[in-house]
Design a protein around this ligand. Structure first.
Ligand code: FES
Ligand code: FES
Length: 158
């Protein structure tokens, strides 16, 4: 079946099998491999991207369900050479270790701050509870999100 969607500002049109998952479409057909697959069973959040501005786990839906929609992946966040403030906050706060969960964490965090521009630490922890970090770097991840919310890139909490 033919599908068409905007990915990071570019219209993409492809013929896909109806059973194709969105995450496989983005990685294997569009070729944007920053969106990771950690579990394929909607548990880990590694595949999180923005669909019409809201975070979704892209292994939980079919590419066909995103037909006509607007998608932002981790590759679409930076403005040229300038990292998105959330990416900068993750970097400044050492909020990544192996980095596998990071694209999904960053996308989920961007979506979280859209809904809660000034979250408490608890709201950040609850907002990101669908995203798992196998390196257990949660403290610094939360710190990065709080810093981004404060408009600074460094340490909002200790
Ligand atoms: S790969 Fe989608 S939630 Fe784990
Ligand atoms: S930094 Fe390794 S899984 Fe999160």
């Amino acid at each position: 079946m033919k599908i068409s969607m905007t990915v990071n500002g570019e219209v993409r049109e492809h013929d896909v099998e109806p059973r194709t998952l969105l995450v496989h479409y983005i990685r294997d057909v569009v070729g944007l491999t920053g969106t990771n697959i950690g579990c394929d069973t909607s548990s880990c959040g590694a595949c999180t991207l923005l669909l019409n501005g809201e975070s979704v786990k892209s292994c939980t839906m079919l590419a066909a369900q995103a037909d006509g929609m607007d998608i932002t992946t981790i590759e679409g966040l930076a403005d040229g050479d300038r990292m998105h403030p959330m990416q900068e906050a993750f970097r400044e706060n050492h909020a990544l270790q192996c980095g596998y969960c990071t694209p999904g964490m960053v996308m989920a965090a961007v979506s979280l701050l859209k809904e809660h521009p000034d979250p408490t630490e608890r709201e950040v922890r609850e907002g990101l509870e669908g995203n798992l970090c196998r390196c257990t770097g949660y403290h610094n991840i939360v710190q990065a999100v709080l810093a981004a919310a404060k408009g600074s890139t460094v340490g909002a909490i200790t």
